[in-house]
Design a protein around this ligand. Structure first.
Ligand code: SAM
Ligand code: SF4
Length: 514
């Protein structure tokens, strides 16, 4: 690590200076816990200790108004988990008196909520830190923070400490509930405040949230991941799998229903492992979905699924339909069983295809989407061909495709790799071309049909056009009055493109699909 215990003592020295300026209060406590470096080795441990469920979060009295008259800006990178963490941080900052701004120029606090999943995601953040150097120079009182998955990595923290002195605070995914104290420390410290617990994780139940909009709500059902796929950094940055109790989740969904939300997405890195960590309860995702579907919320989604843990009980509940949408995101990662084994995905091509058949039988209108990695170390052309043939067989509606990116500390990063980058790029292009053809064909089948669309807002390209999603997660653009934003409306599809559908708003009752 780049900082040593002396540096911590230096911070205490600053504290003395603060104490002389602010005689009434003893600030020494704030500087005792500011240094906690991350450790990938510790993050790997999966202990037997009980996960703590904390319900006593509150903003300390003296910090409740610390942000009054000030503004915060949070930039979020990566997955929905990060987006939802941003909602929590915004909720905490609001309760401290801070208001939102959409510009870094007038912000008093800027947080970069980062993603560590691939190298280019990390490079974007380092680039942004470079730009923000000028913002900080123009406003020395600005507090600049880095949080999210990148801050759980030792190498990232070291790099920030040595190269980006404009950063005031680094805190990890397990430290979000400590944001008030971290901000307070940063306000009074001249040193960079680093607080990153490499622990397996707790569950903090009563955190405030400032949700993005009032139509679609995310609800965490579990945190962390114990799958340790050999390419993936998430189990190290997010801690062990820990499920929230059903009653806490159900209460949160009921609250969203009372507030008029139209769609709820249950969130977790591997939602199919939900409940496996309960010692006192035999309860899984199927049971949870079966209860939540009875709540008066028009649309219910869940993400992300792992094929290994996708069980028959869940399929039986999905078959009940109703408010459960016709969409399953089922990451396959690769079409060849040997590569899947090297990835430690713990299923074979055959098992995956069998699962797809069961889901299609239970949900005849299901739209399937997936994640695929190309160019895993030593992937042969024949193995890649098996990814293509699997894609052809499953007929995905859409897919997120990635070139494998080595992540320090993961087993795959130590593997020799004989596949040149040009070959990986060319494979990605071939895969995307096939996926796009299939998407277009699938979208064309919607032309002439009437679908239900949850209207989310104006199209970014044309404010006269509204945009939204079908239950099967297709983007639909159409002209209609703006007061429909936030409603579920019927649209007749007139036009199909690879990425979206175009249509006309219809008021009359018709047969509805999707
Ligand atoms: N938990 C989910 C799962 O198992 O599918 C998703 C986790 S991750 C946030 C989203 C996707 O990023 C993964 O499904 C995988 O395709 C991709 N990914 C993860 N690590 C990667 C790596 N080292 N290189 C390239 N893609 C990666
Ligand atoms: Fe990463 Fe695998 Fe866990 Fe998904 S299941 S988060 S890919 S380790």
């Amino acid at each position: 690590m780049a900082i040593r215990s002396e540096d911590v003592l230096d911070t205490t020295k600053d504290n003395k200076e603060v104490k002389t300026n602010e005689k009434e209060r003893d600030y020494s406590q704030y500087f005792q816990s500011t240094y906690a470096p991350p450790s990938l080795k510790d993050a790997k441990k999966r202990g037997k200790e009980q996960v703590q469920i904390l319900k006593d979060f509150s903003i300390p009295e003296n910090l409740k108004n610390i942000g009054v008259g000030k503004k915060f800006y949070i930039r979020t990178y990566g997955c929905q988990m990060n987006e939802h963490d941003t909602e929590v941080m915004a909720g905490i900052l609001n309760e401290m008196g801070y208001e939102t701004t959409y510009s870094t120029d007038d912000a008093d606090v800027i947080l970069l909520n980062t993603c560590a999943i691939r190298e280019n995601a990390e490079n974007k953040v380092f680039g942004e830190l470079g730009h923000l150097k000028h913002t900080k120079a123009n406003n020395p009182n600005l507090l600049l923070g880095v949080c999210g998955c990148m801050s759980q990595e030792e190498s990232v923290v070291n790099r920030i400490l040595s190269t980006y002195p404009q950063v005031d605070m680094i805190f990890g995914t397990h430290n979000i509930h400590r944001l008030p104290q971290i901000i307070e420390n940063a306000l009074f410290s001249k040193e960079m405040v680093v607080e990153v617990w490499s622990k397996e994780g707790d569950i903090v139940e009563n955190l405030p949230r400032k949700r993005k909009g009032n139509v679609k709500g995310w609800v965490n059902i579990m945190y962390g991941c114990d799958k340790f796929c050999t390419y993936c950094i998430v189990p190290y940055t997010r801690g062990k799998e820990r499920s929230r109790y059903p009653q806490d989740i159900i209460e949160e969904v009921r609250q969203l229903a009372r507030e008029g939300y139209k769609e709820v997405t249950l969130l977790g890195q591997n939602v199919n492992a939900y409940g496996k960590d309960f010692e006192d309860l035999e309860y899984g995702l199927g049971d949870l979905m079966d209860e939540i579907r009875k709540i008066d919320i028009p649309r219910l989604r869940f993400t992300t699924s792992h094929p290994r843990d996708f069980d028959d009980r869940l399929i039986e509940v999905l078959a009940k339909g109703g408010n459960i949408v016709d969409h399953v995101h089922l990451p396959v990662q690769h079409g060849n069983s040997d590569v899947l084994k090297l990835m430690a995905r713990k299923y074979t091509r055959e098992h995956y295809l069998e699962l797809v058949s069961k889901i299609k039988a239970a949900m005849p209108n299901v739209a399937l989407t997936t994640d695929i990695i190309v160019g895993f170390p030593n992937e042969t052309e024949e193995q890649f061909q098996e990814t293509l043939s699997l894609v052809k067989e499953v007929q995905y509606d859409a897919a997120y495709t990635f070139i494998y990116s080595p992540r320090e500390g993961t087993p795959a990063a130590k593997m020799q790799d004989n596949v040149p980058m040009e070959v990986k790029r060319e494979r990605l292009q071939r895969l995307n071309a096939m996926l796009n053809d299939i998407s277009l064909e699938k979208n064309k089948a919607y032309v002439g049909k009437v679908v239900e669309v949850l209207v989310e807002g104006e199209s970014k390209k044309n404010p006269d056009v509204l945009t939204g999603h079908t239950g099967s997660n297709k983007v639909v653009n159409f002209k209609a009055p703006k007061h429909l934003i936030g409603e579920i409306v019927k649209v007749q599809i007139t036009d199909a493109k690879t990425w979206n559908l175009g249509g006309e708003w219809v008021e009359e009752k018709s047969e509805v699909v999707g």
